[in-house]
Ligand binder design. Structure first.
Ligand code: HEM
Ligand SMILES: *[C@@H]1O[C@H](CO)[C@@H](O)[C@H](O)[C@H]1NC(C)=O
Ligand SMILES: *[C@@H]1O[C@H](CO)[C@@H](O)[C@H](O)[C@H]1NC(C)=O
Ligand SMILES: *[C@@H]1O[C@H](CO)[C@@H](O)[C@H](O)[C@H]1NC(C)=O
Ligand SMILES: *[C@@H]1O[C@H](CO)[C@@H](O)[C@H](O)[C@H]1NC(C)=O
Ligand SMILES: *[C@@H]1O[C@H](CO)[C@@H](O)[C@H](O)[C@H]1NC(C)=O
Length: 319
């Protein structure tokens, strides 16, 4: 009978959903019974690190971005190089730049103490990013969990897929589109540059050559960032007004041509993204909401789930 066939078809669909699709989803209560203390442990370790050095909150947030944009959110960025293994740490966007690995190690050690080999390094990075944003005054979001850790890293993809600060708007949009994120989400996620620091090598070209920059802002930056390569590693805040507060000053700065990176100012340079920048500059609530939704989506980029990958014992190496 037709109704029997229909219910049979529904049973098949149901089984497929349960066995395949559903098990590949992350869920916010993933560790509720296997490690109920995990979230509290991560939060207190992040808070201690951020109290010790505010910038660490920015560094931990960036670590999540650089993890997710290379082979998905799988903890691959945490793997150290060995004589026989090339990780992502020496790729151009990461070398002498990404930081926070010691904090991740401390979190991992504390979590392992409570629940041996249950909580992945990739999930720790995702939660540490959220807790960092909260610690610096930004929005809270529930982090979907259940990512597993990679057995591999991809040096060449770190070089090609992490966007460069010289990027124009078109390139920024396409770098995010490649990861399933649209232009609006790219503009919202760029608001992460409301905290943290950049090296002179990342903004030198902008302060000497760009014309869409406030001239006194550029002059001030040149003091510590001369054209000599000896200044390459000197730092300047990405948000010159409130560098350790997660707020909407990043967008307010763009309105007055005080974006630090060329890529930042591209978001407000006479193209269609200007409207969104202007909106966030006047509505931090909307920025917080859009940022939270976009970072959850970023955190969903190709996670390893189920029996894929492993739960590393030490985030710096595969088991
Ligand atoms: C839109 C494209 C992006 C580009 C071109 C870009 C580029 C950069 C560059 C060049 C730096 C300074 C690195 C250095 O000089 O050492 C930086 C810092 C930073 N980025 Fe991005 N970024 C982008 C998007 C993002 C996103 C989506 C996030 C997070 C959601 C993020 C979070 C950060 C943070 C927090 C810092 C400061 C890190 C610290 O102080 O340790 N960035 N970014
Ligand atoms: C690294 O990623 C690139 C794409 O960016 C891919 O072609 C390559 O096969 C990957 N390498 C490894 C070792 O997974
Ligand atoms: C953006 O940059 C790419 C390559 O970096 C270049 O091919 C393209 O012409 C640029 N687009 C615009 C609109 O400037
Ligand atoms: C505006 O952005 C679009 C999409 O990236 C690009 O095609 C166009 O060339 C840009 N216009 C200008 C003037 O840069
Ligand atoms: C400014 O642009 C010129 C021409 O592209 C380049 O040769 C020079 O190195 C740039 N200056 C800086 C400080 O980046
Ligand atoms: C230059 O660097 C020094 C040392 O880090 C810092 O105290 C100072 O505020 C910086 N000056 C400017 C104009 O950024």
């Amino acid at each position: 009978m037709a109704s029997k066939e229909i219910s049979f078809a529904f049973s098949i669909i149901f089984i497929l959903l349960i066995s395949g699709f559903v098990s590949a989803q992350l869920s916010t209560n993933f560790y509720a019974s296997s490690c109920p203390q995990a979230l509290q442990i991560i939060k207190s370790t992040v808070n201690a690190a951020v109290n010790n050095e505010k910038r660490m909150g920015a560094s931990l947030l960036r670590l999540h971005f650089h993890d997710c944009f290379v082979d998905g959110c799988d903890g691959s960025i945490l793997l150290d190089d060995t004589p026989t293994f090339l990780g992502e740490k020496t790729a151009f966007p990461n070398v002498n730049s990404v930081r926070g690995f010691d904090v991740i190690d401390t979190i991992k050690a504390n979590v392992e103490n409570a629940c041996p080999q249950v909580v992945s390094c990739a999930d720790i990075v995702a939660v540490a990013a959220r807790d960092s944003v909260v610690a610096l005054g930004g929005p809270y979001w529930s982090v979907p969990l259940g990512r597993r850790d990679s057995l591999t890293a991809n040096f060449s993809q770190a070089n090609t897929d992490l966007p460069a600060p010289q990027s124009n708007l078109t390139r920024l949009i396409s770098a995010f589109a490649k990861k399933g994120l649209n232009a609006n989400e790219m503009v919202a996620l760029s608001g992460a540059h409301t905290i943290g620091q950049a090296r002179c090598i990342s903004y030198r070209n902008r302060i000497y050559n760009d014309t869409n920059i406030d001239s006194s802002f550029a002059s001030t930056l040149k003091v510590n960032c001369s054209i000599s390569s000896t200044d390459d590693n000197n730092l300047a805040p990405l948000d010159t007004v409130t560098p350790t507060n997660f707020d909407n000053y990043y967008y307010k700065n763009l309105l007055v041509e005080k974006g630090l990176l060329h890529s930042d100012q591209e978001l407000y340079n006479g193209n269609f993204t200007d409207a969104q920048v202007n909106f966030y500059a006047h509505n931090s609530g909307k920025f917080f909401k859009d940022f939270s939704n976009a970072i959850i989506k970023m955190g969903n980029i190709s996670p390893l789930t189920g029996t894929q990958g492993e739960i590393r014992l030490n985030c710096r190496r595969i088991n």
